[in-house]
Design a protein around this ligand. Sequence first.
Ligand code: URA
Length: 204
Amino acid sequence: MDKREALAALEREMRENISLPLQTNLVFGEGNLDCEALFIGEAPGLNEDIQKRPFVGRGGQLLRECIRGLGWRENEVYITNIVKRRPPENRDPLPDELAAYTPYLTRQIAIISPKVIVPLGRFSMNYFLPEAKITRDQGKPFQVDGRLVVPMFHPAAALRATGVMEEFRKGFKLLPEIIAGAVPATAVSVAPPAQTKVLQKGLF
Ligand code: URA
């Protein structure tokens, strides 16, 4: 099975799994399956639910503008979310929603196998780095069980505060250097069962 078929099978499985929480549209993700950079947000919002595409609202415009600002094309990267259906009123994802969707995210990552994972905001960051704090650790490279992870502020947070926007843009510009290995990464070991435990205990 090639990557496209494997991802299509995964998406089908998600669609058919009626025990997955949330009733809104499935927003599986989009982009290049052989990407270097995989961006992972929190959950779709209203625009994403309507268009069934990730990051197409105001935050998405900022994200896509920053991607293009690096000289990359939008369809050169892959963009998805940790929770793949919109929570009511865009509320934060609940621990049981995160626990239900993360095994699919793990499989999606294994299929795509990007060079760098960029979690956007604390929900997806804490999936990879349960102890990390977004204000302290955003823009820093980590090696998490063999994968390069660079957490960044959520674009919606950047749109709310000028200082966050500056940090967000600064972190973004470092991505090519980080991918090239020019910035040393902190090694962290997080076994998947520990991640599940954190999710189940509701520590997000
Ligand atoms: N916010 C997210 O976290 N993801 C989206 O797809 C859109 C907004």
